[in-house]
Design a protein around this ligand. Sequence first.
Ligand code: MG
Length: 397
Amino acid sequence: MSALRKCTGALLIAALLAGCAQPESPAPVVPEPAAATRGAFQRDRDRIVHSTAFRRLEYKTQVFVNHEGDLFRTRLTHSLEVAQIARSLARNLALNEDLTEAISLAHDLGHTPFGHAGQDVLGECLREHGGFEHNLQSLRVVDQLEARYAAFDGLNLTFETREGILKHCSARNAQQLLQAEPTGPARRFADGTQPSLEAQLVNLADALAYNAHDIDDGVRSGLITPAQLGEAVPLFARLQATVLADHPALVAAPGRRLLAETLRRMLSSQIADLVANTAARMAAAAPADADEARRAGPLVALGDRLQAELTVLQRFLFQALYRHPQVMQTTALARSALADLYAAYTADPAQMPPEHRERASTEGAPRAVADYIAGMTDRYALREHQRLTGRRLFDTG
Ligand code: MG
C-alpha cells in the first residue's frame, strides 16, 4: 500500500515537473522562420557550439593557466562537464534538456582570459565606463559581438537561453539593459522573480562541476592533497570512506583511482540529492507551468545537509587552492598583463585589428578595448603583451 502511494506520489511529481519544463519558444531577438529540422533551443545550442567565442574557451583558464599542464580543466572542458551534469539533472526532473544544454554551453562565453583575475582588472579599468561583468559580457557575445550571420549581429538566440546566460546582474546594469529592452532578460532583476527552472539547474550544475574538478586539478597540481581534504571537508571524508569500505585494496594503494572514485561518488550523491530535494520543493509549491515556477522563488536546490557540506568544501577550496601563494602569484602577473594591455590599446586604438579599432571610434575606446581583451585567449593575451611591452611574463615553454 505504502509502495503504491509512493509510486503515485512519484508519478504526480513527474507530471508536475513535466508541466513546468520550458516549452519551445518561437521568439528569438530578430524574427526568423522556425528551423525545419530542429527546435528553437536546439538551434540555440548549435549556434553556440559553432561560435568563435565557444572555440576560444579551449584556451581560457579556469583556475590554472593553460601552459601549466595539458590535463587541467579549461573553460571549454568545464562547460562540457556542466552540460553533462545539467542534462542529467534535466532528464531526471523532466525539464527541457535542449534549453539546459544551450545555457550550459554558453554560460562562460563572456569570461576574460585568466579566469576571475581578468574580470576584476577589466572591472577596475571600466569603473567610470559602465563596468565589466562576465555574465553581462556573455550576453554581449551572443547578442552583439559574434559576427557570423548575414541578417543580424550575434547569434539571435531565444529569450530563454539569454535569460539563463544572464545569471547575475547589478541593479545599475539591469536598469541599463531594461532601457534598451523592457521585456528582456534583465526584467526579472527588477521584478524579483527567478529564471526558468532550466537556468536555475545550470547555476547549480556549474557549482557542482567546478567543486569536483577543482579538487581534481588541485590535487594533480600538488597544491592541495587528499589528506588535507579528508581532514577539512567532511563530505570528501565520508565518501572516501565508502570507497575504501567497498574496495579495501585501495587502502594500500591510494592514488588517482581513489580520488576519481571519491569525486564520482560526490557528484552522484549531489545529483541524487538535488533531484529529490527539487522534486519535493516542486510538490510543495505546485506551480502550474514554467511561468508560475519563475514566480515561486528558487525551486532547484540541494537539501540542507549537502548544501552545508558544500559550503565547507567551497571555503576550503577558496583558502587552500584559489588563495594558494602559487595561484596568487600567477594571478598577479595575469592582472598586470591585462592592465598593461588595456592601457596600451586605449592610448593607441590603432594597435587593435580594424574591426575593434572601428568600434572604438563608434562606441568609445573603453568598451571596444574591453570587448577585445575579454575575447582573448590566455596565450593570445600573453603574446600581445609581449609585442606591446617587450616583456615576457610567463615561461610558456
Ligand atoms: Mg562556469
